[in-house]
Ligand binder design. Structure first.
Ligand code: BEZ
Ligand code: FE
Length: 289
């Protein structure tokens, strides 16, 4: 091995890739760029050894916080804008825009009938909303049998799995479109909330001088076999933090207009929002270009 210097250390490390075991071209591409960017970053800021150790201790604390209820590394990636960037790189915009999944999704939410409410508990000051819309493909054909998972925070700003006082799966549900691609559900107006900032996510936000707040939003996963699964959110156009989201996930096309409720629905608010799904084959073809 060559003697390591400041000038050659990057090339020396890159040259070890695949030397002691086969690696794929993708592994080589990722690790070459990761090593070059990481070394470049250390040189740009003249990272000291003490700062390197601080960073290691920070990552160790982040790891210790992770559990099946908290994924600290997704939060850190969100605060740095990395999740939203990877999502945009993965999902070219041809149908509805996607955005970050975030750490609060729970699989297998309750399957609810057309028009049912996801709310299992009432909160002072809550505003109920009737939401309806159509799900189509990119040629405008209605899609039947699409599943639509929805989840949101409660009016106290907490997701149910972070709040002992909410019933299991409160404000979560799975709906399905009918033969016209139509869905309808009842939920609550989502309120702005701070992402968990008590542990390393908070340390990072403070180091960056940024706040933890997100604008009010409903989360969705819209899925049908043969189509690219859409992970997205719909934002309340009147919410605080719409222009200053702590995780950079707001897109203009995802801002919804919560209007006054219609008497026939018996809710405080009404929201119409349609989604468009892209055939998987078309997305894969785009990505290959
Ligand atoms: C969320 O909207 O649930 C979320 C997204 C990114 C980080 C934290 C929370
Ligand atoms: Fe959220």
């Amino acid at each position: 091995m060559s003697k390591v210097t400041i000038d050659n250390v990057t090339d020396v490390v890159v040259a070890t890739l695949g030397q002691n075991g086969a690696i794929t071209e993708r592994q080589r591409e990722i690790m070459t760029a990761a090593i070059r960017h990481l070394h470049g970053f250390c040189k740009d800021v003249n990272l000291t050894h003490a700062e390197f150790i601080d960073a290691c201790m920070f990552l160790a604390r982040a790891g210790a916080v992770c559990s099946d209820k908290r994924q600290e590394f997704i939060l850190l990636g969100d605060i740095l804008g990395v999740e939203v960037l990877c999502d945009m790189l993965t999902n070219p915009v041809t149908g509805s825009e996607s955005t970050v999944l975030g750490p609060f999704y729970r699989e297998n939410p309750p399957v609810l009938p057309h028009g049912a409410s996801t709310a299992q508990k009432h909160f002072d000051g809550e505003e109920t909303v009737f939401m309806e819309g159509y799900i189509k493909d990119t040629s405008g054909r209605p899609l039947a049998g699409v599943t639509l998972d929805i989840w949101e925070d409660a009016p106290n700003g907490l997701y149910e799995n972070h709040d002992h006082d909410q019933p299991d799966y409160n404000l979560r549900g799975r709906f399905e479109t009918d033969e016209n691609g139509y869905f309808a559900l009842r939920a609550l107006r989502p309120v702005p909330y701070p992402i968990p900032a008590d542990e390393t996510a908070g340390e990072l936000l403070r180091y960056m001088g940024h706040h933890p707040n997100r604008p009010g939003h409903l989360h969705f996963i819209v899925a049908k076999h043969g189509y690219r699964t859409l992970v997205s959110q719909v934002y309340d156009s009147s919410s605080a933090f719409l222009d200053n989201d702590s995780v950079f996930a707001v897109k203009d096309s995802l801002v919804g207009n919560f209007q006054k409720g219609k008497p026939e629905h018996g809710t405080d608010l009404y929201l119409r929002f349609d989604f468009t799904l892209k055939p998987e084959a078309a997305v894969s073809a785009l990505a290959a270009e």
